[in-house]
Write a protein that binds this ligand. Sequence first.
Ligand SMILES: [Fe+2]
Length: 384
Amino acid sequence: MGVYMWNTFCPTLFGTGALKEVGNKAKELGMNRIMVCTEQALCEFGVATQVIDVLKETGLDVFVFDKCKADAPSNICDEGAAYVREHAIDGIVAVGGGSTLDTAKAIGIIISQNGLTIRDYYGIGEAEHKMKLITLSTTSGTGSEISQWAVIGDVETGAKEMPVYKPDMAIVDPVLTYSLPAGPTAATGMDVLAHCVEAIANKNYNPYGYIFGKEGIRLTLKWLPIAVNEPQNAEARENMSLAANLGGMAISACGCQIGHSFSQTFGAQNHIPHGLGCAWGLPGVIQYTAQYGERKNLEAVADAMDIASAAYPDTMQLAQVLIARMVDLMKELKIKSIRDSGFSLEDCMLAADRFAHDGAFGNSPGAPGMKEIRDYIEYTYTVY
Ligand SMILES: [Fe+2]
């Protein structure tokens, strides 16, 4: 089976009520003057405030930077780093969706490199780590709370960049997801499914990716529809938080592939929420894997979906069964199609040139060139 790297780099405190420990954990990490890196709406709707209150009750100095936005724009990352210096911050607690957690990672990079802008550090690994970071996710989706990647939207080029900064601790408390509306719950949940499937069905085989990915798929299929229909269902929210965390670990082991390339190129061009773009891209991942990848990967996905792959010895036939299950799920979750969202096939094709520059693309099976990319996009546009 070969030799595999498995890096359990991010301690994770998981469970309903876990956020009550954020003050103690910040102290243990040596934080005194904390920047809470978050979104304005999360303060207004009393989500981030739950974390802020605990930090204050613990006696820590708290400064709130609430300018984070979707797509983690590079200029907001730079603003956050200036805010850290202005207030002599010695630790960051990030509360929000994936873009907010990624913004906090980018700020950590800028400060650690004694720099001014994240634009100078897109290509570097994590050479320095001078700013402690605790991450708390308010969605069950990206797995960003435990991943090393910061997906940044460059405001000048429009490209998605992926510099690296590892959180020092993740606190996963499903309570923070209770107020997430049905639409974003569905889209971020589909991102979980995309992580799990793409981690299994790419060319970086790793048994950890299989184990985490399969359980993430199983949990998502069972609990996502319930979380969407019953936002306050504690059991559903907790299981989706676990699924998201497993998905994050699966892609930490193996990475994503062509579906995320679609979301991160077409999505960046049209400001599509990451999870929605991943949902749209997912059926095509199965089709593409059936054409260019390994059957054993689709069998693992089928097993997690409780579909007996032995009944479908023809791999393309197996793929169609898996795709039908995913399309049914998207319909059940009332996810709009690309077409119904107002985009033409030509709009989608405009992303094709950027696929090769996307960080996930190199994990795709086979050796995809422009023809394979265009075929994938056409299938993706027409299948749902
Ligand atoms: Fe994702």
